[in-house]
Design a protein around this ligand. Structure first.
Ligand code: PRP
Ligand code: MG
Length: 212
């Protein structure tokens, strides 16, 4: 029988929690993140360790069958991908922040400003809904440094503990959306693999109930 291919984040905050839920549902993975691919010993599952931002496309193409991924990434890059289950961990929010020294009065203050972000689609949709036009600078990491080096007036990124904002003298001024880890499913999933996925989902639901 063909194995269900599940993508998880290769490294980063989601990786540890993703591996933990797989372990909690009784799926033992032999080798760690040094391998890009690992098979479960006791279940027809293969785990692929991938970059977060690449996962929505892999799901769309059916290269992987399912993924544990942040909802924020799906909203940014994969809005036609089905969420089978919200997983309740890795909660965060996507926010706009400005330097603490700025006297921010409301979203109209962002008109014509430069915003650095890794979430251009999310920010654009939010600005458009509020009739604001701004200039986006797309960067892939360490976004919070942008105002300090004169690259942008504001940033939009995920906030979890708030520590990165704090360390960079920024304050949250707009909350665009809340996010958590989800189990996402490829639109090209075959019936055979759906059977495996159903078993996994059932186990996940039991584990999540136990965690409450
Ligand atoms: C993420 C995110 C924020 C930070 C939020 O960055 O881009 O910068 O975490 O978490 P906090 O509110 O708990 O500080 P990450 O450390 O993953 O690095 P990157 O931006 O370079 O990818
Ligand atoms: Mg960051």
């Amino acid at each position: 029988m063909s194995k269900l291919r599940i993508a998880v984040q290769k490294s980063g905050r989601l990786n540890e929690d993703s591996m933990k839920i797989l372990k909690d549902i009784g799926i033992s993975i032999d080798n760690g993140k040094d391998q890009l691919k690992a098979s479960a010993r006791n279940f027809p599952v293969e785990v692929f360790y991938l970059r977060n931002g690449d996962i929505p496309q892999y799901l769309k193409d059916g290269v992987v069958d399912a993924a544990i991924i942040g909802e924020n990434v799906l909203i940014e890059k994969g809005n036609d991908i089905r969420v089978a289950e919200k997983l309740g961990f890795s909660t965060c929010r996507v926010c706009i922040a400005v330097p603490k020294s700025v006297d921010y009065k409301g979203i109209q203050d962002l008109e014509g400003k430069r915003i650095a972000t890794s979430y251009p689609n999310t920010v654009n949709a939010y600005l458009k809904a509020n009739n604001i036009t701004a200039n986006l600078h797309i960067i892939n990491g360490s976004v919070e440094i942008a105002p300090n080096i004169g690259l942008a007036d504001a940033i939009c990124d995920i906030v979890s503990s708030g520590s990165t904002l704090f360390k960079n003298n920024l304050k949250e001024v707009e909350m665009i959306l809340k996010s958590e880890a989800v189990l996402a499913v490829s639109p090209l999933l075959s019936d055979n693999k759906q059977v495996i996925l159903d078993k996994i989902q059932f186990r996940i639901q039991s584990v999540l109930k136990g965690r409450q």
